[in-house]
Design a protein around this ligand. Sequence first.
Ligand code: GSH
Length: 214
Amino acid sequence: MSYILYGDNDSGSFTAEALFAELGVPFELKTINLEKYEQTEDPYKEINPFGRVPTLVLPDGTIVTESAAILLTICARHPEGKLFPDQATSDGAWALRWLMYISNNIYEAVGRVEFPNRYTSNYYERASVEASARSEIRWFWILFERELAARNLPGPFCFGETFTALDAYVANISGWYNPIEWRGPNAPRIEALRQAVKARPKLSALWARHFESA
Ligand SMILES: N[C@@H](CCC(=O)N[C@@H](CS)C(=O)NCC(=O)O)C(=O)O
């Protein structure tokens, strides 16, 4: 049995798919159609009771949810790919910090944009819940952009010319609710990172399927 990944296009499953593509590790992709709310249906909720994608099932049947945990699991199980810096090093601590920052804050806020009804029982407050989440997402990215600028590495990736799983994660999530018109002037390093991830030979077709197909 190989890995099974539950996901959908234009979702957080891009990162895991990208890591498997970079590593050349086979996996079975099972689509959970978010537009049809398949994530809320019983067969899938037996696997992930939280009702979100992505979910990774390891070859021994162990279930891993939460995109940051999935990313770290794949990297740890395939150390030959060197896709995440050794967590005992300063680079590893930095990567872990910003991985969790994006997961805990930005991905969380994306959920508030998409499902404001989960955060208020008052119909008339939904628009303000969504608006504040959108503005938080941008502010959170600006803080990350500032961090990249302060490190002043040559780029295009977080660790200069070395691609890591964190780059796939940043590229995955930074496109949501931040059109290029905003990213270009406000987050140029993040935008350059996105373009470099998109241009990677093993990722360009995957990128097109996730983010450029209707
Ligand atoms: N904390 C989760 C969040 C996952 C998440 O919100 N995924 C979205 C797709 S990108 C989803 O499943 N949305 C459907 C829903 O919330 O019902 C993670 O990091 O994996």
